[in-house]
Design a protein around this ligand. Structure first.
Ligand SMILES: [Zn+2]
Length: 233
């Protein structure tokens, strides 16, 4: 049975796309929330030339999957940012928008559909799980989606996201935290030992891996980033 079986998105073409630079193949998947009141409003925005934004897939709260741009084309969803040293993420990724106002829980039918889209994309383009990221991961301090309500751990349980193997503690070291985050793909300047300087990176990292954590960088954040970087050892 093909992993794409049963995957039948509704075609809803957006004019907002162009060719991927150097005919790049998508290597990454970027997950977003629409931050709009309704899915219909998001469709209007993503399909209107004036707004110059789009995505490849849009998933409604009820789990309807719309395809707006062909997978081999360059949709306009990621904007400015950097991941694994790459800046033009639109040329290197597939963008998935989840209809969500930004502060609401994600409904299960929507997550089930997302999982089906992710499986389809991973098998079509041979995308590994560590290349599935949130918009906030590549645009630290500028973007916050898919946000604190998005359950990355649930995705990880289905082998659709990286996740630390176990909760461990490591000595707090600001510079090392930045270096290890960089090894995962994050882009952030290493300014030495000042804890305050890494606030945007720490917020972004926690939104994804430790949404319950508060306060300054601590030994569990250190353990978490260690565990993620050295997963295979
Ligand atoms: Zn976004």
């Amino acid at each position: 049975m093909s992993s794409s079986q049963g995957f039948k998105p509704e075609w809803l073409p957006s004019p907002n796309f162009n060719a991927r630079k150097n005919n790049q193949k998508p290597r990454f998947i970027v997950i977003h929330y629409t931050a709009m009141d309704t899915c219909e409003a998001a469709i209007g925005r993503l399909c209107t030339p004036l707004h110059e934004v789009s995505c490849h897939y849009l998933i409604s709260g009820k789990g309807m999957v719309y395809q707006l741009v062909k997978e081999n084309e360059r949709a306009w969803h990621a904007g400015a940012g950097e991941w694994k040293g790459l800046e033009d993420l639109n040329s290197h990724s597939i963008g998935i928008e989840l209809a969500n106002q930004g502060n609401h829980p994600y409904a299960l039918p929507q997550i089930y559909s997302l999982e089906a889209v992710l499986r389809h994309l991973m098998s079509t383009w041979a995308i590994p799980i560590h290349n599935i990221i949130g918009h906030s991961d590549m645009a630290i301090g500028r973007k916050f989606d898919p946000g604190y309500k998005f359950d990355w751990r649930a995705l990880a349980l289905n082998n659709l996201s990286i996740w630390p193997k176990k909760e461990t503690s490591e000595a707090v070291n600001v510079s090392e935290f930045v270096s290890l985050a960089k090894a995962l793909g994050y882009s952030f300047p290493n300014r030495g030992s000042d804890k305050g300087s890494i606030k945007p990176l720490l917020e972004c990292f926690r939104a994804r891996f430790r949404p319950w954590a508060r306060g300054e960088l601590n030994s569990l954040d250190m353990g978490c980033v260690h565990s993620l970087v050295f997963q295979d050892e």
